[in-house]
Design a protein around this ligand. Sequence first.
Ligand SMILES: *[C@@H]1O[C@H](CO)[C@@H](O)[C@H](O)[C@H]1NC(C)=O
Ligand SMILES: *[C@@H]1O[C@H](CO)[C@@H](O)[C@H](O)[C@H]1NC(C)=O
Ligand SMILES: *[C@@H]1O[C@H](CO)[C@@H](O)[C@H](O)[C@H]1NC(C)=O
Ligand SMILES: *[C@@H]1O[C@H](CO)[C@@H](O)[C@H](O)[C@H]1NC(C)=O
Length: 400
Amino acid sequence: MWASALLLPSLLAGAQAIEVIRNPFYPLDVVDKLEEATMPKVEEFVAKKIAAKANNNCTLENAAVRREWSDMSEELRQEYVASIKCLMKLPPKSDPERFPGALSRFDDFVAYHMTHAMQLHDNQHLFGAHKYFVYLFEKALREECGYTGYQPYMNYDRYSEDPINSPLLNGNASSLGGNGVLEPSYKGVPQYGRTPNIIASGGGGGCVTEGPFSDMIVSLGPTSMSTATNVTKNPRADGTGSNPRCLRRDVNRNAAMGAKADRAFDLISNSDNIDDFYNRLLGTPPPKDDPYPWGIHTAGHYVAAVDPGGDPMTSPGDPIFYFHHTSLDRLWWIWQMQDAENRLNVIPNGTMPMPPMKQRRIPVPEETIVDMEWLGPAITLLETHDQLGGNGGAFCYVYV
Ligand SMILES: *[C@@H]1O[C@H](CO)[C@@H](O)[C@H](O)[C@H]1NC(C)=O
Ligand SMILES: *[C@@H]1O[C@H](CO)[C@@H](O)[C@H](O)[C@H]1NC(C)=O
Ligand SMILES: *[C@@H]1O[C@H](CO)[C@@H](O)[C@H](O)[C@H]1NC(C)=O
Ligand SMILES: *[C@@H]1O[C@H](CO)[C@@H](O)[C@H](O)[C@H]1NC(C)=O
C-alpha cells in the first residue's frame, strides 16, 4: 500500500474533510509540515468569508485538491499525460495569422505567454497572472480533454538530489518524459551577477528520447531569449512562426538543488513583506557563499529546461512549466495564509532581475486588468489573489 488516505484532524469538524493522500516514500518536509500547520488559519479565513457571504460559494468541502505528482496514483499520472497529449492534438484558437507556429490548443498557451511575457513577469502580475494562466490550462485539460484530476505540482525537494531517477523525469510511462541526449554545445544557463555565474549543464541539452513526450513536436520559438544551443531559427524574428522540432531538456541537479525545502521554508518564514518574498524568490540580491544561489523561481524553471522550457518567452511549451508555476502558487499561498488579513492582496514593488522585464508601480491595483485574450475572460488583478473564492468563485482549490 503506497497510498494511505489520512484526514487532517483540523478539518474533521466540517461535513467532509479534505482527503490527504501521501506517497509514504517521501516523508513530509518542512514546507509540507508548515502547510499542514497553516490549515487552521485557512479554515478561519474561509469561515470569515462565509460569515460575510463573500466566499462565492467556495468552501473547503467543495474545493478542488491539487496534489503533488508522486502523491497521485499511477493511473492519474498517466491520465494527466494523456490529457496533455490530447490538448496537443486539438486545433488552436489563437489567431493563425499572428501565430502560424501555434499548432494546437496546447500551443495557444505558449503563444499567450510569449507575447505577454513582459506583463506576466512584472512585479504586479508574476503571482496572480500565472495563477490565472495555470487555472485556465487546468480547465482546458478537464473540459476539453476529459482529465478528471487537477493540475499537479512538483515538490522540488522530493526530486532535487536525483532528478533523473525521479518519478517526474525518469522517462517511464507515468513520468513527464526523460532527459535530453548530450548536446556538446550546451553549457548551461548563464547567471549574470551571481557566483557561480552559470547553472552548469547536467549533461543533456539535446532531444528527449524517452517517455511520453519523446515524439512531441515543438513549433513556436525559439526567441532571442532562449538559452538553448544548436536549435534551428524560427522563420519569424519574434518566434511566432512554425518551426517543427524536438523537445530538448537538460535534467539538472545543479538547478534543482536551489529549490530544496529548507530554502522554501526560509523564504516563507523569513519574508515579512511581499517585496522580500518576491525578491528572494527571484534570487535578489544574489545570495553569497551559496553553491545554488538562483532563487526558487529560476531553480525550478531549470530543473529540466532547454527548448522551449529554457526560453523565458516560450517556457510553457514544456509541460513541466505548469508543475513549476503551480508549486510557486502553492508557496505564495502558504505565505499569504500566514497572515491572510494583511497578505492576501499585497502586490510587490520588487524588480524582476531579468531585463527587459520591468518594474511597475501601480497607484490603484484594483483597476489593473489581467486580460487573457484568447485563453479566457479579462479579470481584475486582485481577483487573482484568492484561490478560495477569487475570480467570482471560479478559483476554489487547496493544495495538499
Ligand atoms: C452560489 O450558488 C447559488 C445556488 O446554487 C447560485 O444561485 C449562485 O449564483 C452561486 N453564486 C456564485 C457566485 O457562484
Ligand atoms: C515509474 O517510475 C516510478 C518511480 O520510480 C515508479 O514508482 C512507477 O512504478 C513507474 N511506473 C511505470 C509505469 O513504469
Ligand atoms: C548540433 O546538432 C547536430 C545534430 O542535430 C549535431 O550533429 C552537432 O554536433 C551539433 N552541433 C554542435 C556544435 O554541438
Ligand atoms: C508599492 O508602491 C506603491 C506606490 O508607491 C505603494 O502604494 C505600495 O504600498 C507599495 N507596496 C508595497 C508592498 O510596499
